[in-house]
Design a protein around this ligand. Structure first.
Ligand SMILES: NC(=O)c1ccc[n+]([C@@H]2O[C@H](COP(=O)([O-])OP(=O)(O)OC[C@H]3O[C@@H](n4cnc5c(N)ncnc54)[C@H](OP(=O)(O)O)[C@@H]3O)[C@@H](O)[C@H]2O)c1
Length: 267
């Protein structure tokens, strides 16, 4: 029986992924900062794991290996968005965003790759975003983290494929989860008046986009495909918006594409 370990499994995409793999008979290690699941089942292990806390990663992996013997698939899902005006963001906030979305993800890869390499197999699934290949206003630092995850993953797959380890990038469009409200770290200093109208309009429109987002179940289904299809495919765009926008971005000249986005979100 196969085992999957998921970070950020308390809500949203992580939670939906944990439920899907459990329903399909896998062992599930649902890791989260604040364990919140009361399910009693030998195939379901909830452990505390904060991707910014190396000791919590080590003890979660020990618990997972002790219960299930090995981990076959890692899903790096934990993440959140630092949003708002870049000028309002202090260094601590910017570092925390990278610490979670990029360094936390790399820390998880470093923790799991040795056991994958020793067995000559394993699947490493990074939840990036369509925003890892394109960008929207007022998400500058969040996009920087997802573009980092994108480049990191594309490079890593070259060096891990010959070892039998498959690297996958999940690229969701707008998904209706806590991402746009509870989890979002929104910052705008209103004394920077030049931005006020623009940021109000931009955030209203992008939050409306999020509110119309698809179910996290479609991302869980894409993660299932990535974990089980046995292919060398790297990218899995999820949702009609992600597929449409990534295609449009490839098709249109850069300036035309950007003026479309500006008109949609700020015009
Ligand atoms: N929703 C979208 O439209 C969308 C689109 C593209 C990509 N994504 C990506 O999808 C992933 C999941 O987001 P979601 O939409 O499912 O939002 P969500 O419901 O807010 O889930 C985010 C998860 O990440 C966890 N998390 C945050 N910081 C963490 C840390 N330091 N260590 C461990 N876990 C941490 C949260 O834990 P707590 O419960 O403790 O806060 C929560 O479980 C993120 O990487 C996000 O960037 C989302």
């Amino acid at each position: 029986m196969k085992t999957i370990l998921i970070t950020g499994a308390s809500t949203g995409i992580g939670r939906a992924t944990a439920e899907l793999f459990f329903a399909r008979g896998w062992n599930v290690v649902a890791t989260m900062r604040t364990p919140n699941s009361a399910r009693e089942d030998g195939r379901w292990l909830v452990t505390r794991l904060d991707v910014t806390d190396p000791a919590s990663i080590e003890s979660a992996l020990q618990a997972a290996n002790a219960r299930f013997g090995q981990i076959d698939v890692l899903v790096n899902n934990a993440g959140y968005g630092l949003v708002g005006t870049f000028e309002s963001m202090d260094e601590a906030r910017i570092h925390k965003q990278f610490e979670t979305n990029v360094f936390g993800l790399m820390r998880m890869c470093r923790a799991l790759i040795p056991q994958f390499r020793a067995r000559g197999e394993g699947v490493l699934i990074n939840v990036a975003s369509m925003g890892g290949r394109l960008a929207f206003p007022f998400y500058s630092v969040y996009h920087a983290t997802k573009w980092a995850v994108d480049g990191f993953s594309e490079s890593l797959q070259f060096e891990l494929a010959p070892l039998g380890i498959r690297v996958k990038l999940i690229e969701p469009g707008a998904i209706k989860t806590d991402f746009y409200d509870r989890s979002a770290d929104f910052v705008h200093d209103r004394s920077l008046t030049a931005y006020n109208d623009l940021v109000d309009k931009g955030m209203r429109r992008s939050n409306a986009f999020g509110a119309r987002g698809a179910s996290p179940d479609i991302v869980a289904a894409a993660i299932w495909k990535a974990a089980t299809d046995g292919s060398a495919r790297l990218r899995y765009p999820v949702g009609s918006d992600a597929r449409g926008l990534l295609f449009t971005r490839r098709l249109l000249p850069d300036g035309v594409y950007r003026s479309l986005i500006a008109k949609q979100l700020l015009g």
